[in-house]
Design a protein around this ligand. Structure first.
Ligand SMILES: Nc1ncnc2c1ncn2[C@@H]1O[C@H](COP(=O)(O)OP(=O)(O)OP(=O)(O)O)[C@@H](O)[C@H]1O
Ligand SMILES: [Mg+2]
Length: 422
């Protein structure tokens, strides 16, 4: 399978001092940097006092200062935060902290679809057809739910994702598939201007130009800057399906060239890769990727049903559990390492003062030696974040004090019970 990684130009993330307080959140690990935000793993205190792990998307300064963007983002986030579905990353909170806008959302521990495809490609294992069908059906189920969502009074919310692309499809190590970043593209004005102007829109900050790379998944009407509806997302899902089946990117070239291709929407037939019931699969793709949106599947649900029919005909069976087994069979070492690194970062948050660190690398070597070093000790990476000895000692003292208190409480209870009986 060919590498499908985005070629979005992103600057290397600057060093950061973590953990750090950010409003109600403690940011303790930076897990990514997209075109518009830094992505942090954070902990938030819940009402019960339990710390909940969330992702905080800290919008880059230039965009945070853009009043038009901020208003659109807030408007969209108000709609999106009403969504509750297994295939949609839940948005918990949106606000401003200092001069930065932020969105807090559900943490999906795993890979985005781009990262998964790259791993699958590096290991030359290919994504089995049953999981191609599974990933797509989950994406479509999330889209269908969001497209149909309505307010409490029954009026439709009119949500269209506008940026259905592999980096917005998150895959958890438990085999869940969740779509994130609903509505953000609208705030970025993607469909108002198209990617051409989007690319040069924000010379003052230089940030909007980095939100490139998504022309590759645009419907013809979106690329032409026309009004779009849910069928535009169906087209984008069709491109993802095409790429998963073909094992390569559909459009190649510069952002401008891809945008020109997207406006035309001339999609070549799938290369022959021996997929089961290829003619039926091609028919699904033809309809999903029809330039004329009236000839397209009218809804994500309609495409989902057609895809299911193909999967059944081809006797492809997959479930969340089977997908999780596939992931752990091939990436277990990495899964364990990612989890361990996150735990270490979380422990550092509890135990010690902030340390200067770079983000935990998402990439680990392909093969790890038997006695694999912790993920953050791989060459070129920052040393692991461990609690400083002094604070470890303090933590131990606290634990002993707690134990002593618990013992005293137990003794007091026993004494009271004995008194009550005598
Ligand atoms: N809720 C989340 N849980 C886990 N990882 C996440 C979450 N949200 C984002 N990520 C990770 O952070 C990466 C960057 O996300 P971000 O949305 O900022 O950029 P992008 O999707 O790559 O590009 P764009 O800015 O154009 O949307 C994602 O690709 C994903 O790997
Ligand atoms: Mg994204």
């Amino acid at each position: 399978m060919g590498a499908l990684e985005h070629t979005r130009p992103t600057e290397p993330a600057p060093r950061d001092t973590l953990p750090r307080r950010f409003g109600a959140y403690h940011l303790f690990d930076r897990i990514g940097r997209g075109g518009m935000a830094d992505i942090y793993l954070a902990s938030a205190k819940t009402e019960l006092g339990v710390a909940r792990r969330v992702v905080v998307k800290e919008i880059l300064p230039g965009l945070s200062a853009d009043a038009r963007f901020a208003k659109l983002l807030v408007d969209e986030a108000k709609l999106v935060s009403q969504l509750r579905h297994a295939n949609v990353v839940q948005v918990f909170d949106l606000g401003r902290e200092g001069d930065r806008l932020f969105i807090a959302m559900e943490y999906v521990e795993g890979y985005d679809l781009n990262q998964l495809l790259r791993r699958v490609s590096e290991r030359r294992i290919g994504l089995p057809a049953e999981f191609v069908a599974f990933v797509l059906r989950e994406v479509l189920a999330g889209l269908d739910y969001a497209h149909r969502a309505s307010a409490a009074d029954g009026s439709p919310l009119g949500i269209v994702h506008r940026d259905v692309s592999p980096s917005n499809v998150l895959i958890s190590f438990e085999g869940e598939v969740k779509l994130c970043d609903f509505g953000i593209a609208k705030a970025l004005g993607v469909d108002d201007h198209g990617a051409t102007t989007r690319g040069s829109d924000d010379e003052s900050t230089g940030e909007r130009s980095k939100v490139a790379g998504k022309a590759a998944y645009m419907s013809p009407e979106q690329a032409r800057g026309e009004d779009i509806d849910a069928r535009s997302d169906v087209f984008a899902a069709g491109i993802i399906l095409w790429e998963l089946c073909a094992g390569r990117r559909l459009y190649r070239g510069t952002e401008e060239q891809m945008l020109a291709l997207a406006r035309e929407g001339a999609i070549p037939p799938l290369p022959d890769r021996g997929l089961p019931h290829a003619a039926a699969l091609q028919a699904v793709l033809d309809r999903a990727l029809s330039v004329d949106r009236d000839a397209r599947y009218p809804s994500a649900e309609a495409m989902l049903r057609a895809l299911d029919a193909w999967a059944m005909e081809a006797k492809l069976f997959a479930s969340q559990l089977r997908f999780a087994s596939f992931l752990s069979e091939h990436f277990e070492v990495e899964v364990v390492e990612v989890r361990r690194a996150r735990e270490r970062a979380a422990e550092a948050l509890l135990a010690g003062p902030p340390v200067e660190m770079e983000p935990v690398p998402r990439e680990v070597p392909d093969t790890l030696p038997e006695t694999a070093p912790p993920v953050m000790e791989t060459p070129g990476a920052t040393p692991p974040v461990t609690a400083p000895p002094a604070s470890r000692g303090r933590a131990r003292l606290l634990a002993l004090a707690a134990l002593a208190l618990a013992t005293l409480a137990l003794l007091a209870t026993l004494a009271l019970l004995a008194l009550a009986w005598s």
